[in-house]
Write a protein that binds this ligand. Structure first.
Ligand code: NAD
Ligand code: UDP
Length: 311
């Protein structure tokens, strides 16, 4: 099969491209390199089944493919808030362009949605049936609402044009190839710990997140793409919930760092708690995460150590 991965040079996209090649598929990686990095896919360039296209999903494109994994969108708050209008355009126009392509070439399309569609959730843990508590006018809205509209477009192209769709809602995922400047908690804390800098916990650190290692997520994405007759949305994440301050302590312990924890202001609209209910993924896909957080974090720490030592 020939697969298109938009956002293929990013963190999750690069792991997906690598895995699809390993499984024997042809891969077209499309990226505008806003937050992606050629380093993430450099090792794939010699494979004759791999093609790289510099393109922006807000512009239409015609490609002959069987599967479209639509991952293009900056994912970290500092990057999606850098040019919020562009972020909404990427989600909305990107979904329209990729759905138009899927319709034209009869490809199956999977949309990378997010736990952010639940906003600051009042139901805990979050099942797919929960409609969310999202601020339409805040600094996270460009990302959250863009992703919500992308889900709406997926469903309407499905109902109106019979496009074969899949929707996944990804919860916080981490691992090698995360950008070192993306400001997300995993990369920030590990880099701060490795450099012996203060660990910047926002607010009191009582907010919670549940972290999934990237190899588990990729397994879930592939299972969902090939699952017959189930379009989602489905949550993909690790239910292992932790407070951010406990997470900081864990990173200090695993790195053996002398860093101390400092407390900075909490950004606006920062969700207070987040944990995926993965009952549906277990039932429909036979999927659940396997990698324990200590094991995943050790691999991620090794990755960032090598990035730091390479300068
Ligand atoms: P990332 O920033 O590393 O990757 C996003 C990729 O999309 C980058 O390579 C970037 O250059 C590319 N991109 C951005 N705008 C583009 C555009 N207009 N045209 C073409 N390419 C564009 O982020 P990631 O963590 O790998 O996230 C991948 C996808 O998964 C995103 O859609 C994100 O919203 C979703 N997601 C990720 C997480 C997570 O925890 N990592 C959680 C929920 C959802
Ligand atoms: N966070 C933090 N210090 C940091 C970066 C993030 O305390 O240096 C907190 C942030 O406020 C949030 C959580 O960690 O509560 C996860 O943040 P991230 O940006 O990784 O993801 P998201 O908020 O989108 O889940």
């Amino acid at each position: 099969m020939r697969a298109l991965v938009t956002g293929g040079a990013g963190f999750i996209g690069s792991h997906l491209c690598e895995r699809l090649l390993k499984d024997g598929h042809e891969v077209i990686c499309l990226d505008n390199f806003f937050t992606g990095n050629k380093r993430n896919i450099a090792h794939l360039l010699d494979d004759r089944r791999f093609e790289l296209i510099r393109h922006d999903v807000t512009e239409p494109i015609l490609l002959e493919v069987d599967r479209i994994f639509n991952l293009a969108c900056p994912a970290s708050p500092i990057h999606y808030q850098y040019n919020p209008v562009k972020t909404t355009k990427t989600s909305v126009m990107g979904a329209i362009n990729m759905l138009g392509l899927a319709k034209r070439v009869r490809a199956r399309i999977l949309q990378a949605s997010t736990s952010e569609v639940y906003g600051d959730p009042q139901v805990h843990p979050q099942p797919e049936s929960y409609w969310g508590n999202v601020n339409t006018i805040g600094i996270r809205s460009c990302y959250d609402e863009g992703k919500r509209v992308a889900e709406t477009l997926m469903m309407d192209y499905h109902r109106q044009n019979k496009v074969d769709i899949r929707i996944i809602r990804i919860f916080n995922t981490y691992g090698p190839n995360m950008a070192e400047n993306d400001g997300r908690v995993v990369s920030n804390f590990i880099l701060q710990a490795l450099k012996g800098e203060d660990i910047t916990v926002y607010g009191k650190g009582e907010q919670t997140r549940s972290f999934c290692f990237v190899s588990d997520l990729i397994e879930g994405i592939l299972k969902m793409m090939e699952c017959p007759g189930f379009i989602g949305p489905v949550n993909l994440g690790n239910p292992n919930e932790t407070t951010i301050v406990d997470f900081a302590k864990k990173i200090i312990a695993l790195t053996g760092s002398s860093s101390r924890i400092i407390y900075n202001p909490l950004p606006a609209d920062d969700p207070k708690q987040r944990q995926p209910d993965i009952t549906l993924a277990k039932e429909k896909l036979g999927w659940e995460p396997k990698v324990q957080v200590d094991e995943g974090l050790k691999k991620t720490i090794e990755y960032f150590s090598s990035v730091l030592s390479a300068g």
